[in-house]
Design a protein around this ligand. Structure first.
Ligand code: ANZ
Ligand code: ZN
Length: 821
């Protein structure tokens, strides 16, 4: 009689799995392929509870699809360039690679212990030259298509980290990493032209609808920020010292053109300098200095008092010839639309606030039934009827917009225009530990790409410690021997570009490399890539809802356009797992509520931790570690495992002669579990598995006991389903039943529909006395089983709306009443 020992199992099985290459896909076309991917980790320290949750979820999917007979690609690798390694290297007078690869080794060992069903032969690290060679190669293809370019521009600058930040890395005006307020600085920087793909990034979201979380799609949509409106050209009258010129504005409300009473350009835009008369020049310069000190958020705040200066110029309204004073102000942003607006104070609150501050006229042109904005100080924005608007009079707002555009088009002074909030992707970083940009600057030839056969441009190995410290220019500039090269074009002395790429570039195509990580003729094997892409299920945190996912989608589209892949979207389905909390709060050093994953694994075993992660809640919801019971999971696992000890029938005996009631439970569990798994309801599957284990125990303890062939049938099903959540226990159980390893490839058990009919009773589930669900349950369901099922019900969880539980009254098999706290 064996004893359940997780330590013994953890010592025994990993080697067996590795020897049998259980998780290496056949990749021979004999089975339908499925690609399951977890967002690859960053190697900071050892794995933490968040990794444990995310990878437990991804592994359920990978293991389930394997049982269903698919050839599953489930790779693992590391996103191993980035700042923390560099900072650690500066502190320890070391090279960033030392810290990076030591951490990767630690994490890899933990992942192996955690029994992720990954194909370790495909392991990759983005900081390996064999990987970044192809990041550089792809950069060059983008460059050739005009999709990678350099421009001088004001960039977000973190004065503490001394580095440029992408818009996405600025959170509430501060550096995402260190919280320092971000300032602007003008630099020559590399960009990817993601704006060329704005329309497609938006349109192709139709393919993702229903398969990606709605809130992620909403965040992407908002980030891309499509606005329909018009471009309108205004002539700016000549003055004594300035010539006449034209300035275009973007407006979503061309119907309000007759209500324009002034004109505003972004004070920090070059346009403001071009326009201002010499009389107002000094005033503008002084104002620009003040504006520079403000964050984007401050500038756009509706609360802040409006400021600005008159430029001395007048714009002519193309519809009615009116002269509008041109102001420069900070509430108009230089990098949105055209950086200039027509101001319609009656119908735009920001314009109205500005008009009030500077005594500018307010003219309502839309009757909305509200009081006059000039009196109330509240701009009116709803539907209404146009007035004071010449030919547009009497039209509604929605009729007025196309009508105004038609008039503008006839006059040749404007046209329909779609504007996007999305900006080009600033990809260059003045940091060391990243992919070098494969460009050489030659005084004679300009920018010269490093020839493909000279890739990778490897990072110099002699820079370490202090030499890597941020200085505002890239630390690579200090590697003189590395920088100075011959121009590949003319052979004259030239210099390498010293910037490195944003690490989001590395992670924008790693899923493609996994298909053929050792391929040396290109970033991936063209013969194989379409066999696996797109990724069927991507799993990761919602913190990547915008950046990483948008960039990966952009890369995929460009690579498709180059003709290298067929897929236009990289990830067909996305699952955002919740967070692991402790005491209702995110784990953090400052709160001191961190839970150490290693300690949990030592104490409860890998399987119990994994099962707890999955059972605690639906995968999308947070798990509060203070509320869960890994010891309860461990007890359940031991109970499931002990069933195997009691099975005494031979394998292969027809179960038809066995206990009919148990067979019904087994077959219903198999059938329902598949449906539940297809819908990511992993926690409910665990609840059902618990029911099956209990029913099997009951049969063993009565009647024919362990010799009943229905018992063997049930325990075999338990082993296979359990293998998705608790791979060690499942493998050991499978072994006890006399089967060779591995249970991971046992195949999903088939169920017999004829066995599904069962005497059931309807259990009514109430929350606070209100009926919220009805469950079909076995007449002899236990109180505990019924409670678990009721609490796992989606309707119940919705009704609970996040409230805790005060009491649960269970009258098996008919009634459950839950009283929220
Ligand atoms: C006249 C007008 C009248 C406007 C009205 C609005 C209401 P979204 O929807 O976000 O695209 N705008 C344009 N460029 C701007 C910039 N660089 N900085 C600040 N504001 C800018 O908003 C487009 C509207 O925001 C545009 O339409 C413009 O004001 C303003 F009753 O033009 B509107
Ligand atoms: Zn040259």
């Amino acid at each position: 009689e064996g004893v359940y020992s997780f330590a013994a199992m953890e010592a025994k099985w990993p080697q067996v799995w590795e020897d049998l290459k259980v998780f290496t896909p056949l990749d021979d076309g004999s089975r339908e392929r499925r690609y399951v991917l977890d967002m690859f980790p960053y190697p900071s320290g050892d794995l933490h509870m968040g990794h444990a949750e995310a990878f437990a979820m991804g592994d359920v999917v990978a293991r389930y699809l394997r049982q269903k007979g698919f050839d599953v690609l489930h790779p693992i690798g590391w996103d191993s360039f980035g700042l923390p390694a560099e900072n650690a290297a500066i502190k320890r007078n070391a090279h960033p690679s030392e810290w990076t690869y030591a951490n990767i080794d630690t994490q890899a060992a933990s992942f192996k212990r955690y029994a992720i069903s990954a194909d370790w032969s495909r392991r990759l690290h983005t900081s390996d030259p064999e990987y970044y060679r192809w990041t550089q190669w792809l950069f060059k293809r983008f460059y050739e298509r005009g999709l990678a370019y350099r421009k001088d521009s004001p960039v977000n600058w973190c004065p503490k980290d001394l580095t440029v930040l992408a818009n996405e890395q600025v959170v509430n005006g501060a550096c995402e990493r260190c919280g320092t307020p971000v300032t602007k600085k003008s630099l020559n920087q590399w960009y990817f032209k993601i704006t060329d793909y704005a329309d497609r990034l938006l349109e192709d979201m139709d393919q993702l609808q229903g398969h990606w979380p709605e809130r992620v799609l909403a965040m992407q949509r908002n980030w891309i920020g499509r606005s329909e409106g018009a471009h309108v050209r205004f002539v700016i009258e000549a003055t004594q010292d300035r010539a006449e010129r034209e300035v275009t504005v973007f407006t979503t409300r061309p119907d309000t053109l007759y209500g324009a009473t002034f004109f505003v350009v972004a004070a920090d835009a070059h346009l403001a300098l071009d326009l201002v008369t010499s009389e107002h020049h000094d005033e503008l310069m002084a104002y620009r200095e003040k504006v520079k000190a403000l964050s984007e958020i401050e500038r756009q705040s509706t609360e802040r008092e409006k400021t600005g200066v008159f430029t001395g110029r007048y714009a002519i309204n193309p519809l009615n010839g009116e002269k509008l004073p041109v102001w420069a102000a900070d509430y108009v942003l230089a990098d949105y639309g055209t950086g200039a607006i027509m101001a319609v104070p009656a119908h735009d609150q920001r314009d109205l606030d500005f008009a009030k501050a500077f005594g500018l006229p307010v003219r309502a042109v839309l009757d909305t039934g509200d009081e006059d904005p000039a009196e109330t100080g509240v701009a009116t924005a709803g539907e209404g009827t146009l007035k004071n608007s010449g030919d547009l009079d009497g039209l509604s707002k929605s009729e007025g917009i196309p009508a105004a555009i038609e008039i503008l088009e006839k006059l040749g002074t404007g046209e329909k225009f779609v504007n996007f909030r999305l900006r080009d992707w600033l990809l260059s970083r003045q940091r060391f530990w990243g992919t070098p940009i494969p460009i050489i600057h030659c005084a004679e030839c300009g920018e010269v790409p490093v020839p493909d056969d000279q890739l990778p441009v490897k990072l110099p190995e002699n820079l370490r410690g202090e030499a890597l410290a941020p200085k505002g220019t890239s630390p690579l500039a200090a590697a003189v021997e590395w920088v100075n090269v011959e121009c590949p074009n003319c052979g004259r002395a030239a210099q390498r570009d010293t910037d490195t790429m944003d690490t989001f570039v590395d992670s924008s195509w790693y899923f493609l490399r996994f298909v053929s990580p050792d391929y040396t003729e290109g970033p991936f094997d063209p013969e194989k890539i379409n066999n696996w892409m797109p990724v069927g299920q991507y799993v990761g945190g919602v913190e990547h809802a915008i950046l990483h996912l948008l960039y990966a989608r952009f890369f995929t589209k460009v690579i498709k356009d180059i003709g290298l892949i067929e897929a236009s979207e990289p990830f067909s389905a996305l699952l955002n797992q919740g967070q692991v909390l402790n005491g209702g709060k995110a784990m953090s050093k400052s709160l001191g509520n961190g839970v150490d994953l290693g300690e949990q694994l030592d104490k409860f075993g890998v399987d119990a931790v994994r099962l707890t992660m999955v059972f605690a809640s639906p995968p999308e919801d947070d798990v509060d570690w203070a509320d869960v019971s890994p010891s309860g999971s461990a007890k359940f696992l031991a109970r499931a495992w002990r069933l195997g000890q009691d099975v005494s029938s031979e394998p292969g005996v027809d179960p038809a002669t066995g206990d009919r009631a148990l067979r019904t439970v087994t077959h219903k569990t198999i059938a329902d579990a598949a449906d539940l798994l297809d819908n990511n309801k992993f926690n409910v599957v665990v609840a059902r598995l618990m029911e099956l284990v209990n029913a099997t125990r009951k049969t063993i303890d009565s009647g024919a006991g362990g010799a009943d062939p229905a018992v063997r049938e049930a325990v075999e099903a338990v082993a296979v389903i359990l293998s998705l959540f608790a791979p060690y226990t499942a493998e050991d159980l499978w072994n006890t039943l006399g089967h060779p390893a591995s249970v991971a490839n046992a195949g999903w058990p088939t169920h017999d529909d004829a066995l599904l009919v069962q005497d059931t009773v309807t259990a009514v589930v109430q929350v606070q006395g209100k009926v919220r669900d009805r469950l079909e349950v076995s007449p002899d369901i236990s109180e505990d089983e019924l409670r678990e099922l009721a609490l796992a019900s989606e309707n119940v969880q919705r009704a609970m709306d996040g409230r805790g539980i005060r009491t649960v009254i269970v009258r098996a098999p008919k009634l459950v009443n839950i009283v929220p706290a």
